[in-house]
Design a protein around this ligand. Structure first.
Ligand code: HT7
Ligand code: ZN
Length: 872
């Protein structure tokens, strides 16, 4: 199968001057007529063929400048349309194709979701709608006319501004939308359906009024207000923080039930997975509200970082995605709590990106080859991409970063550009040489930073050595040293900061060490007392630190570090180390457990810390995080057992205290999704998780909370914690939840997720039965991911069973799903990236299941690529 290489990039020989599309939508089929005004580029040789992309298309008719083309002038098949010898001047190419959106289960191109016609074009869906130069560096203005039966589709939407609408005969009507901004085809969107809506408006900083609309299934309008509020706050924030104003008169969002991803930033017409729009307290959790706010912001921010400035080719994906994730993280940090958001984002990075970067699917944030671009919408491109932008912000400082971003918007507005151009902007704005820094984009793998230090009391000299190394990753046997910003502080014996007079041996800029070679030794003079170093404050770089700190030093940092991130991290490291060593055969001492317990109690009782932070601090690292820390020959049963034993040891002596605290944290006022209330609930549910895993009374408390809950956050937490610990009440709670919310698909997802996390031996049989039920919606990505995605990613005990049952359950499901929706199938299969970390029996059982999948089935390019990379 064909591999595509970045080095082969060349501009198209023809440019598309403008696009006019006419969609005639009828119940059974949609006819698409495209009029493309095309011209050769100045350096294109006469006679150069024009090759347009297609995918699963059948050409009905073709004309050039109004005259039908003779057969010898073109060649068309499902995947391309070639004009053999186009005129060497501007011309209009007109094509017609017929689509059957209802049978488009891949959910790319034009498809129907619960009756609504909608599109998904990123990255290569537009070629499933019409023959086109379907690549991000081909920018054109689009005018779209659409007609449809009024009864089926009273709402007709596309990008840009509505310029005409009216009635046609036969109960049809039409609308014409025009987008004045040049855009790549991946930002095209169209929606036609019978939808309800809510409307609002936003006045921009220059005083323009923008009409805002959110469209949804009838009856769901009242669940869209949090999304609307998030949108307005995003628009205001982008003006305040980045000086970016919205540019069209309309901004519409449409919620659909069948969607391959979270949402899509189509120009002026964002399309959303409905799980990221709908919210009401009885059915949505605080985490859902948080997710809605974040993704609404993310897609809105793409208007500048993605749409106005887009990518030259798909290798540059993290140009828009990494930067936009950074922007949405900053938005949430400003709207809620910065330290809590940072911990949240780092937890996410460590549970998803680090495993990707350390396994068979590792790739650089800016890859240089792929077989299937859909497989590269990864946590490395998104979340590591955001960390790289964050490091730039750290290196340049707030003002320097803003200056560089201003230059980026000024210099590249209207461009389809590259990572190199982005870095160049930062070099020009700051005067810094960022050539070594750019390696972060080009090299895979998580750097490991080693730390050693010594203190000489006589000379009051403190010496700190930092080393870096990156293990080989697929296709990259040797690694270059990176430029790593280390934000740091030195802490004295009484917990206050320790100063120094001078430092030599490396670059220190204020509170930042610039680690730019394999080893740097810094000598600090005038250091009055032996300090404990607090390194990578705020997680200033996406690295793993081998701090060499003792449990005592870690717990000292947990109490005294002025940096909240490092306080949290110190507790996590202390707990991870204890669980990992127990899982590998040693046991912790009673003193270690006592000290960690005391640190947890001190954190809980500290009046200066907020509830959301405390919740994160008492969250004992998940089995998957500990497994990753161990790194190889992992036995998930042993990890689970060690984790359970540690929680029991920690909780036992303080169960009464924790229960009292749990009870005190009950909220008596009506539900609000705000950060304060959500923080209080998360702390209370964090305590519940400890009590259920580590005490006898926990299971009963969870059951009590479940039945008394007045909101979904508390009800879901009680059920999910019970399921994860497989308490004797868990089956009844799951059963009640399923019937109580029967008929609500987004709540069904929650049931599927919690069910898949049960660690008992019966979970696979139960999941099989769920999947086999005749009414299980087999084509809906949310349902499939909630069940299978959460099983592979968060239930290592059952997924990696030595008898191979968990692995085979997934490969069998992947075969079925692949026939319907290859994108969903390949994403589920990525769960097998864990194999190299497992002990031999499990690893071999997993490899056997994968080999059988490869040998016995014809697979899509999506699944084939992931499979080959894991098996390589
Ligand atoms: N830029 C969007 C990516 C996306 C997508 C990718 C593949 C298949 C379907 C998709 N839907 C949306 C979303 C984003 O990052 O904002
Ligand atoms: Zn994005």
């Amino acid at each position: 199968e064909q591999t595509i290489y970045l080095k082969d990039y060349a501009p198209t020989p023809y440019r598309i001057v403008s696009v006019e599309l006419d969609f005639r939508i009828l119940e059974e089929r949609t006819r698409v007529r495209a009029q493309l005004t095309v011209e050769p580029r100045p350096d294109t040789a006469p006679g150069t063929p024009l090759v347009l992309d297609g995918d699963d298309l059948k050409l009905d008719s073709i004309a050039l400048d109004g005259a039908p083309l003779v057969l010898s002038a073109y060649a068309a098949d499902a995947n391309s349309l070639t004009l053999v010898e186009p005129p060497h001047r501007r011309f209009v190419l007109e094509t017609e194709v017929t689509l059957e959106p209802a049978s488009n289960t891949k959910l790319m191109g034009l498809y129907r979701s619960s009756g609504t016609w909608c599109t998904q074009c990123e990255p290569e869906g537009f070629r499933r709608i019409t023959y086109y130069l379907d690549r991000p560096d081909v920018l054109a203005p689009f005018k779209v006319r659409m007609s449809a039966p009024k009864a089926l589709a009273p709402v007709l939407l596309a990008n840009g501004n509505l310029v005409d609408k009216g009635e046609l005969g036969d109960d049809l009507h039409f609308a014409v939308w025009e987008d004045p901004f040049l855009k790549p085809a991946y930002l095209f969107a169209l929606v036609a359906g019978d939808l309800g809506s809510i409307t609002d408006s936003f006045t921009t900083m220059s005083g323009r009024k923008v009409e805002l609309g959110i469209y949804c299934t009838h009856g769901k309008e009242s669940e869209c207000f949090y999304a609307m509020d998030s949108l307005k706050r995003s628009m205001a924030w982008d003006e305040r923080r980045f000086g970016r104003e919205y540019d069209l008169d309309v901004f519409n969002i449409v919620a659909v039930s069948d969607f391959n991803f979270g949402a899509m930033e189509n120009k002026g017409l964002n399309i959303f997975n409905d799980r990221l729009v709908f919210a009401k307290p009885e059915t949505a959790t605080d985490a859902n509200y948080h997710g809605i706010e974040r993704v609404i912001a993310h897609e809105y921010f793409h208007n500048w970082t993605g749409n106005r400035i887009t990518c030259r080719d798909w290798f540059q994906l993290c140009l828009k995605e990494g930067l936009t994730v950074f922007r949405d993280q900053e938005f949430t940090s400003d709207e809620r709590s910065r330290p809590v958001q940072r911990i949240h984002d780092v937890q996410n990075l460590r549970t998803s990106q680090f495993p990707e970067d350390g396994g068979p699917l590792a790739h650089p944030p800016r890859p240089d080859s792929f077989r299937e671009i859909n497989n590269f919408y990864t946590t490395t491109v998104y979340e590591k991409g955001a960390e790289i932008v964050r490091m730039l912000a750290t290196l340049l400082g707030e003002a320097g970063f803003r200056k560089a971003m201003d230059l980026y918007f000024e210099r590249h507005d209207g461009d389809a550009t590259t990572i190199e151009a982005f870095i160049k902007v930062f070099e020009d704005a700051s005067g810094r040489d960022l050539s070594q820094f750019a390696t972060w984009y080009l090299q895979a793998g998580t750097p490991q930073v080693g730390v050693s230090d010594s203190y000489d009391a006589a000379s009051q000299t403190y010496t700190l050595t930092l080393t870096q190394k990156v293990d080989p990753t697929p296709g990259e046997p040797t690694k270059k040293p990176l430029l790593i910003p280390v934000r740091f502080g030195l802490i004295g014996p009484n917990g206050s900061p320790v100063g120094w007079n001078g430092v030599s041996g490396g670059t220190v800029e204020g509170d930042l060490i610039v680690l730019d070679s394999e080893s740097v030794t810094l000598t600090f003079t005038g250091v009055a007392n032996k300090p404990v170093p607090s390194l990578f404050r705020g997680f200033s770089a996406p690295v793993k630190v081998e701090s060499g700190l003792s449990q005592d030093d870690l717990l000292f940092l947990a109490r005294h570090d002025s940096d909240p991130f490092n306080r949290w991290d110190a507790l996590q490291s202390a707990a991870t180390t204890l669980i990992a060593s127990a899982a590998q055969g040693s046991t912790w001492s009673a003193t270690d457990a006592d000290a960690l317990r005391q640190a947890l109690v001190d954190t809980l009782e500290n009046p200066d810390l907020d509830d959301a932070f405390k919740a994160q601090a008492i969250d004992i690292p998940a089995e998957t995080v500990v497994g990753r820390h161990i790194g190889k020959d992992v036995d998930p049963d042993a990890v689970a057992e060690a984790r359970k034993a540690l929680v029991t040891a920690l909780v036992g002596p303080i169960a009464e205290k924790l229960t009292a605290l749990y009870r005190d944290l009950a909220i008596s006022v009506p539900y609000s999704p705000d950060a304060n209330q959500a923080g209080r609930r998360s702390l209370r549910n964090g305590l519940l998780a400890l009590l259920v895993a580590g005490s006898d009374q926990g299971a009963g408390l969870a059951a009590e909370q479940y039945s008394g809950a007045t909101n979904m956050t508390d009800r879901y937490a009680a059920m999910a914690i019970s399921a994860r610990n497989w308490t004797s009440e868990a089956p009844a709670l799951l059963g009640d939840f399923r019937t109580r919310f029967a008929g609500d698909p987004l709540v069904f997802d929650k049931w599927l997720t919690a069910s898949a996390q049960a660690p008992d031996g019966g979970v696979i049989e139960r999941m099989r039965a769920t999947l086999a039920a005749p009414d299980f919606p087999r084509t809906n990505p949310n349902r499939l991911r909630s069940l299978l995605g959460s099983f592979v990613m968060t239930n290592p005990v059952q997924f990696t069973r030595t008898d191979g049952l968990g692995f085979r359950f997934i490969t069998e499901a992947v075969v079925d799903i692949d026939k319907v929706n290859p994108q969903v199938a390949s994403r589920i299969l990525t769960g097998f990236r864990i194999l190299p970390t497992l002990e031999a029996a499990r690893r071999n059982a997993g490899l056997e299941a994968l080999q059988a999948l490869k040998d016995q089935h014809k697979l899509s390019r999506n699944v084939g690529e992931i499979l080959d990379r894991i098996l390589a």
